[in-house]
Design a protein around this ligand. Structure first.
Ligand code: NAX
Ligand code: ADP
Ligand code: K
Length: 528
């Protein structure tokens, strides 16, 4: 499942499923709890009962030596996440575990399905108030199930809950749906000063990933992430509204068929002056490797010799000023532009950004071009729908300071504002695609079509934090624009391939290595 659903979308799906008569809320809760217990037993087979990872077979008996062999503490909250916790407590008990259950909140106020499972648990064991326990109570617990808050939490944690979660940071912890100190819509901590310690070992979520599993502090706090199917597959949210995991679009479109080089597009990369050309050369190499038929670097006359010693398949021409570039653009075959990497921030460069935008051609604006756009509202107003902006967090804050402030403000009430919301708002304001970089790169177009290239969990590629890797990404996207990809698809595919190249190379990666991984990555994609 490539959809990433917010809490509101998840609730809408659950409501539709229940309204259809297909399933009751109680049954969904049972499936969720069962999914959590199976996931635990699959993850740690040594914890599973003699009958295997199923929570409970229809006819079962516990062997004597299984009774009390394992121990868990289940922390339940006041909503349906707590309800899932009571189901897990019951199923672990059925597998012979010693289970202690603690509740935050008032049992009388539990929602109906959670209350039903609370009552079922009371037939087997006790429930203690979380608030009545001192911090020593939590030390050294072998397994803690965090069922305090799920998708319903969007404001700072109550002190009782915060203290219990802090006191169990060193215990192996399994989070139901989402770690309770994390906003499922944003991936941000609900309690400031949390300190970044105490990740869950495993987070088990339902139906699809939520933005909070992928964004910001989410991945480092979820531990491993498992998505459990609870039978909601046929219920969908409106297509426009949802966020997807980034993927590589129509790899077939990258094949070369029978055309000649110019039928595969001509990308033009603008460079800075003497000793500033490395970034543009990296972008050019990326654009060529990804399949642009021809790539040219344009630099000031004075830097021609330096660039000529470093470029072979990439062509080179002088661009001293905006007027010279206007002349070059009379060649209609140049169909994708890249400006910003190593560009500089002077008057020549600002005028070149203006020319790029006035040409109306597909263009990637990165690095210094973003700073120039932030400085000049007139330039910013020239952005159009064939542009792609590729800011990292610092550049994003320069371009969209109010949006960045809103994103970085601590959540005090819902609905939460996420990196997805920020990228959407920025793209709408700019009137073009915005690719907001990071391990959690978010790509949005002005209509809010949005995807996340999550370089986390199995796709973690921390080696990408190396000088020049952003320049290569700008080149990848420019190359895909030259191949005729629409801006959103070019940005999404470029980001996805960028991560794949880093994964293919692994540790020790430097920016120069990235384009050289593309042949193998593309071949593997074609084969699959
Ligand atoms: N939506 C679905 O499709 C399903 C949801 N299920 C479970 O239900 C959960 C969502 O349940 P709920 O919507 O009841 O939400 P939660 O159980 O996540 O939390 C909501 C409750 O916590 C309180 N609360 C939230 N933040 C608080 C704070 N900072 N201080 C004090 N109280 C706070 C709210 O007032 C409300 O009572 C999911 O995360 C999941 O675990 C599953 O049972 C299966 C299906
Ligand atoms: N820890 C990380 N995991 C995955 N990708 C990362 C990480 N850090 C940075 N990146 C990616 O590496 C690239 C860095 O780009 P940028 O910040 O512009 O750097 P530079 O200007 O040095 O090239 C971006 O695509 C970003 O998403
Ligand atoms: K939880």
């Amino acid at each position: 499942m490539t959809e990433v659903l917010t809490a509101a979308q998840m609730r809408a799906i659950e409501t539709a499923a229940i309204a259809s008569g297909d399933v009751t809320g109680l049954e969904l809760m049972e499936r969720a709890g069962r999914g959590v217990v199976s996931a635990i037993f699959e993850e740690w087979p040594e914890l599973a009962p003699s009958w295997g990872p199923a929570p409970k077979p229809p006819e079962y008996f516990l062997q004597d030596d299984e009774k009390g062999k394992h121990r868990a503490v289940v922390l339940c909250g006041p909503g349906n996440n707590g309800g899932d916790g009571f189901v897990v407590a019951r199923l672990l008990f059925a597998a012979g575990w010693d289970v202690e259950v603690f509740l935050y909140g008032d049992a009388d106020k539990l929602p109906p399905d959670a209350k039903a499972n609370y009552a079922r648990w009371l037939e087997l064991g006790r429930v203690c108030a979380m608030s009545a326990c001192t911090s020593e109570r939590w030390v050294g617990q072998p397994l803690v199930i965090d069922a305090v808050f799920g998708i319903g939490a969007c404001r700072p944690l109550p002190d009782t809950v915060r203290n219990v979660l802090m006191a169990t940071v060193n215990c192996p912890r399994i989070a139901i749906d989402v770690p309770s100190m994390l906003s499922s819509d944003t991936g941000m901590m609900l309690s400031p000063m949390w300190g970044g310690v105490g990740a869950a070992r495993l987070t088990v979520t339902f139906h699809t990933r939520k933005p909070g599993h992928l964004l910001e502090a989410g991945p480092e706090n979820c531990g491993k992430l498992r998505v459990v199917d609870i039978g909601l597959g046929r219920f969908a949210v409106a297509h426009q509204a949802h966020v997807r995991l980034a993927q590589c679009h129509t790899i077939g479109a990258l094949g070369k068929g029978n055309g000649h080089k110019y039928s595969h597009g001509h990308a033009f990369i603008l460079s800075g002056g003497i000793a500033k050309g490395g970034a543009a050369r990296l972008a050019a190499r990326g654009a060529l490797r990804i399949g642009a038929g021809a790539v040219t670097v344009g630099c000031p006359e004075a830097a021609l010799v330096e660039n000529a010693t470093q470029l072979n398949a990439v062509m080179l021409t002088s661009v001293d000023d905006a007027a010279a570039f206007e002349g070059i653009l009379e060649d209609a075959r140049i169909n994708a532009l890249c400006i910003g990497p190593g560009l500089g921030l002077g008057a020549r460069e600002a005028a070149l950004v203006g020319t790029v935008l006035e040409s109306g051609r597909a263009a990637v604006l990165d690095a210094d071009a973003l700073t120039l756009l932030a400085r000049d509202a007139g330039l910013f107003a020239k952005l159009h729908k064939s542009c792609v902006l590729t800011p990292h967090a610092g550049e994003f804050a320069r371009l969209f300071p109010d949006i960045a402030d809103r994103l970085n403000a601590p959540a005090t009430k819902g609905p939460a504002y996420s990196k997805v919301d920020a990228a959407r708002e920025a793209a709408k304001r700019a009137g073009c695609v915005v690719l907001f970089k990071g391990p959690d790169t978010v790509i949005s177009d002005p209509k809010g079509r949005c995807s996340i290239n999550a370089s986390v969990y199995a796709r973690a590629a921390p080696w990408l934090a190396t000088a020049g890797s952003g320049d290569v990404l700008a080149g990848f996207i420019t190359g895909l624009l030259a191949r005729g990809f629409a801006p959103q698809q070019a940005a999404e595919s470029g980001a996805w391939l960028h991560t794949e190249c880093a994964l293919k190379f692994g540790p020790g990666l430097i920016a120069e290595d990235l384009p050289e991984q593309l042949p193998a990555v593309l071949r593997a994609l074609e084969a699959s």
